[in-house]
Design a protein around this ligand. Structure first.
Ligand SMILES: Nc1ncnc2c1ncn2[C@@H]1O[C@H](COP(=O)(O)OP(=O)(O)OP(=O)(O)O)[C@@H](O)[C@H]1O
Ligand SMILES: O=C(O)c1ccc[n+]([C@@H]2O[C@H](COP(=O)([O-])O)[C@@H](O)[C@H]2O)c1
Length: 209
């Protein structure tokens, strides 16, 4: 049985903030691995400005080097876009693993707009990582008014495999202001470097095109 954190994202591009929050969360939650689910396309985000999936996965692999992080584009293979479908498919495919959903506070602020978000929370525990500028919106979010009753103390976070979902834990590490938006502003063509890179998905061994 492996304990796995799932961090879904556009990773457009992946950055050291993703790496640091993943490592902190792995520590707090005693995780064996953190899988970065590099999304073929966030259903709520416009396609414009989204770098190609192979470039986003290649960059994520580079940022995640020599760590317990495994970037994957498995949603492309599962043909899932909505997180509810992804988490159901992953549980079927890996019945021996235990999964916890990880997300930054900005995602919790929007969580009420995700398809069947209560269903997601009923499937696996959720750990939310504080993020500068978003914590108030997250605390007051529509989803939080339902999730609040399921909050567990952060000091118990390593015991998450004993929790019966819904269960939510709020993790606070050193606030990390890094974001993909800032990186795109500094270098909108960051993905050029990966244009001719052939990238294999480390989880499925498939070539990503
Ligand atoms: N600095 C950070 N602190 C906390 N959580 C973060 C941070 N950066 C990213 N995350 C979280 O990592 C996951 C993937 O993030 P994503 O790929 O959207 O990167 P991003 O930096 O938020 O991108 P963008 O600026 O384009 O929205 C999300 O759950 C997001 O909340
Ligand atoms: O399932 C949904 O309705 C849904 C709506 C918006 C975002 N998500 C997921 O949330 C994760 C974060 O996305 P992003 O683009 O904010 O990095 C990523 O895994 C998306 O697939 C999921």
């Amino acid at each position: 049985m492996k304990r796995i954190g799932l961090l879904g994202g556009s990773f457009n591009p992946a950055h050291d903030g993703h790496r640091d929050i993943s490592r902190f969360a792995a520590d707090a939650l005693a995780l064996d691995e953190v899988w970065w689910l590099v999304s073929p396309g966030n259903p709520l985000k416009p396609k414009a400005g989204m770098a190609p999936l192979p470039a986003r996965l290649a960059r994520a692999r580079k940022v995640a080097r020599r760590s317990l992080i495994r970037p994957t584009a498995i949603e492309a293979q599962l043909r899932t876009r909505y997180t509810i479908d992804t988490v159901k498919a992953l549980r079927r495919r890996y019945p021996r693993h235990r999964f916890i959903w990880l997300m930054g506070a900005d995602n919790l602020a929007q969580f009420g707009q995700w398809r069947d978000w209560r269903g997601i929370a009923r499937i696996m525990p959720i750990a939310v990582i504080a993020r500068p500028g978003y914590d108030e919106a997250a605390r007051g979010s529509p989803a939080m008014s339902w999730l609040r009753r399921f909050v567990r103390p952060a000091r118990q976070s390593a015991a998450w495999t004993d929790w019966r979902p819904p269960a939510l834990v709020l993790l606070r590490f050193r606030p990390d202001p890094r974001s993909a938006t800032l990186l795109r502003q500094a270098d909108p063509l960051w993905h050029r470097e990966y244009e001719h890179t052939r990238v294999r998905d480390p989880l499925t061994r498939r070539l990503i095109v």
